[in-house]
Design a protein around this ligand. Structure first.
Ligand code: SIN
Length: 292
């Protein structure tokens, strides 16, 4: 392991950790994710619980809550503690505009999020985070795990020279790309978002730097020639996908809710359970414009 990596890990593992009085927090890895026990999200949270959940979220970036029997209103109330709800980009007719159904079964030919990405980064203000509540897991009893990757650490592990090169660059994020990648055009009613964001941004709550490019949405680093941009982006995507210490893996059980920070993690749904079925509902929270 090189010194840049050791330094980056040490900064996280030796940082002072919060202690929580109103629930238990068990990290999934020392570097990303934690399981929270002792809270029933169908109940109103106390101000102390809310404050502690915010602290745990900023420390671990991905929070897993097991055994949560929630109505859509409970789900929305919990998400609403973190900000206004973020509408679904292309809601189905007569559906709740804030609930995205995540559904796969024997008739599916694709599933949402089956590749490393952050949600909606072509928007000028991508979501702060998402809460996915899975209520049906594949009937074989496993499969459909979601992987998460820590974009703070992805940036921290780069050499000082590479960081200096990337700091100050910007990249275009194009909402048409996920459609084009599947050989389709975006639907006519979709007002396709396209936004230029810094390649390295600061987390709005902690000020920590992170890498803010992802395969499905980022089309081009503006200041580089096309071939250079492709080479740099491929290098960064390879780093994100192959460096397993950036990752944690959530194994779903029915009635698990996972809340991830879309500003500083990428995620990847695993479709290893075809033809079995999986179902859940996702609610996102409004974010702010990413800043260098
Ligand atoms: C997504 O939000 O990209 C889907 C995640 C999942 O189904 O695990």
């Amino acid at each position: 392991m090189d010194q840049f990596t050791l330094d980056a890990i040490e900064r996280i593992t030796t940082a002072p950790r919060e202690t929580y009085g109103s629930f238990t927090v068990d990290p999934l890895t020392p570097l990303l994710g934690a399981e929270v026990s002792g809270l029933d999200l169908s109940e109103e949270l106390t101000p102390v619980q809310q404050k502690e959940i915010r602290a745990a979220f900023l420390t671990h970036h991905v929070l897993v809550f097991r055994d949560q029997h929630l109505t859509p209103d409970d789900h929305k109330r919990f998400a609403g503690l973190f900000g206004p709800l973020h509408p679904v980009a292309l809601p189905e007719e007569d559906s709740d505009p804030y609930i995205l159904e995540i559904r796969a079964n024997k008739d599916s030919r694709a599933v949402a999020g089956n590749g490393w990405h952050a949600d909606g980064t072509a928007d000028a203000e991508p979501s702060l985070g998402s809460m996915l509540h899975i209520t049906e897991i594949p009937e074989i009893g496993s499969g459909g795990d979601t992987l998460f990757a820590n974009m703070h650490l992805a940036y921290d592990m780069l050499s000082p020279s590479m960081k200096a090169f990337l700091d100050g660059l910007t990249a275009v994020h194009d909402g048409a790309r996920p459609w084009l990648a599947q050989g389709q055009l975006p639907p006519a009613e979709y007002d396709v978002p396209r936004t230029e964001h810094p390649v390295v941004v600061r987390h709005p709550d902690t000020g920590r730097k992170l890498l803010f490019v992802n395969g499905p949405y980022t089309s081009r680093i503006t200041q580089l020639a096309a071939a250079e941009s492709t080479a740099v982006l491929e290098m960064l995507y390879d780093h994100i996908a192959r460096t397993n210490l950036l990752h944690c893996r959530v194994r779903w059980q029915a009635n698990t809710l996972v809340f991830w920070d879309n500003r500083c993690v990428q995620h990847h749904a695993t479709w290893d359970y075809f033809p079995h079925a999986r179902y859940g509902q996702r609610i996102a929270i409004d974010g702010t414009r990413p800043q260098a």
